[in-house]
Write a protein that binds this ligand. Structure first.
Ligand code: AMP
Length: 213
């Protein structure tokens, strides 16, 4: 599996990806710390550690051969230039419209705060709802509390963050999990290595996988 660069993002996805990679024999060589490029125990296989929203970009341009990204990020990016051969089934959550339960419809245009402008625009357009979208970069839950927006579009896992702020999930947009994505040229030029990576990950995530210890 030599000569592969794999893009992963810090946080939830990396926490769930490292055990998965370990099961297929790929482990960071030493501590990741603040390093952005990390060699692994497999010669020639590197990890690059980047922001989740940048994973599709690095892979689409071929700066990484493969990457692990949430379906939310892929839907927002559009997925151009990427193969998406495998659902890894990790970092599962739901993308939802959230807001105050039982809030009356706004008198004027619905205002929606989100970092997912493309997904949200498509969602309301398909329903013929005129919505004003407000781009935020984090802590979306705050927006309805201070009157910035009527509702938000965000990821929900346990629902604890919403509950802690008096909000509730209102409409389901998509089930989310992390996917393996592969650069289209790498798929051809590095076929044996890419096929091995896909096959090993499929075995490690599939029903035939060993039960975690
Ligand atoms: P929770 O309180 O468990 O519902 O988690 C909600 C918060 O965690 C929100 O701020 C979400 O944006 C974030 N979140 C939930 N699931 C994920 C995920 N799989 N990947 C990244 N962020 C997530």
């Amino acid at each position: 599996m030599s000569g592969l660069r794999i893009a992963v993002s810090k946080g939830r996805i990396l926490d769930e990806t490292l055990p998965l990679l370990a099961r297929i024999g790929i482990a960071p060589a030493g501590e990741i710390g603040r390093r952005l490029i990390v060699d692994t125990t497999v010669p020639g296989v590197q990890l690059i550690i980047i922001r989740a929203t940048d994973v599709p970009t690095y892979v689409a341009y071929g700066a990484a051969d493969a990457g692990i990204a949430g379906k939310d990020v892929l839907l927002e990016h559009g997925g151009e230039g990427l193969y998406e051969p495998l659902d890894l089934g990790i970092a599962r959550c739901r993308l939802m419209v959230c807001g105050y339960p039982d809030a009356p419809l706004p008198a004027s245009r619905l205002r929606v705060a989100t970092k997912y402008l493309n997904i949200t625009q498509r969602y309301y357009a398909e329903r013929g709802v005129q919505a004003e979208l407000i781009k935020l970069y984090g802590s979306m839950e705050l927006a309805p509390l201070v009157g910035l927006a009527d509702c938000i579009v965000d990821l929900v896992d346990t629902g604890n963050t919403l509950r802690a702020n008096g909000l509730a999930p209102l409409e389901h947009i998509a089930d989310i999990s992390s996917r393996l994505v592969v650069n289209r040229a790498s798929m051809k030029l590095k076929l044996p290595a890419v096929e091995r990576l896909i096959g090993d990950l499929r075995a490690a995530t599939g029903e035939g996988a060993d039960a975690p210890a």
